[in-house]
Design a protein around this ligand. Structure first.
Ligand code: ADP
Length: 161
């Protein structure tokens, strides 16, 4: 069976933790759609177009991965795209409660779509996009945590750039 999976998130910006999850998912599913959630209540550092471009550059070696954006409910986007799985990353117990609630609600809204949780390599469990944005503000070296295109894009966001 050829299953399409969605990997939704904010990706502001994509990190090596996200990439670890995408790599694993791309080996499990026929097709992965990494999709940037348009959330009007957040004010992101990178525009949707910038985030899509950075993700696309970072996954260009994975032929079964495409990158899009969506607004509204992820379960409706799953119906539109024919996806039967939603991928989420679980880093620690602290992620669990929120993810558990979302997964159950999404299943209630559309019982044709299952949420699949993947754990990244333990070296990425402390990593998230907001820490990267903060480190960058203080001009710390983030090259260990994000793909090279993100390092350059972050430099351009510094006030002096
Ligand atoms: P959201 O705002 O939806 O949490 P994120 O871009 O922060 O969006 O994350 C998208 C998904 O990637 C979530 O399932 C999150 O748990 C997962 N994720 C984020 N960072 C990591 C990481 N370092 N390792 C594994 N999964 C991660």
């Amino acid at each position: 069976m050829q299953i399409t999976a969605l990997y939704p998130g904010t990706f502001d910006p994509i990190t090596n933790g996200h990439l670890d999850i995408i790599q694993r998912a791309s080996e499990m599913f026929h097709r992965i759609i990494v999709t940037v959630a348009l959330n009007p209540s957040k004010s992101p550092l990178f525009s949707v177009e910038e985030r899509i471009a950075l993700i696309s550059e970072s996954v260009k070696h994975l032929p079964n991965v495409t990158v899009t954006s969506f607004s509204g409910l992820i379960v409706d986007y799953a119906r539109q795209t024919g996806a039967k799985a939603i991928i989420r990353g679980l880093r620690a117990v602290s992620d669990f409660e929120y993810e558990f609630q979302m997964a159950l609600m999404n299943y209630k809204l559309n019982n044709e779509v299952n949420t699949v949780f993947l754990m990244p390599n333990e070296k990425y469990t402390y990593l998230n996009s907001s820490i990267i944005r903060q480190l960058n503000q203080f001009e710390a070296d983030v090259s260990e945590f994000v793909p090279p295109c993100v390092v350059s894009a972050l430099e351009l966001k510094l006030p002096r750039a």
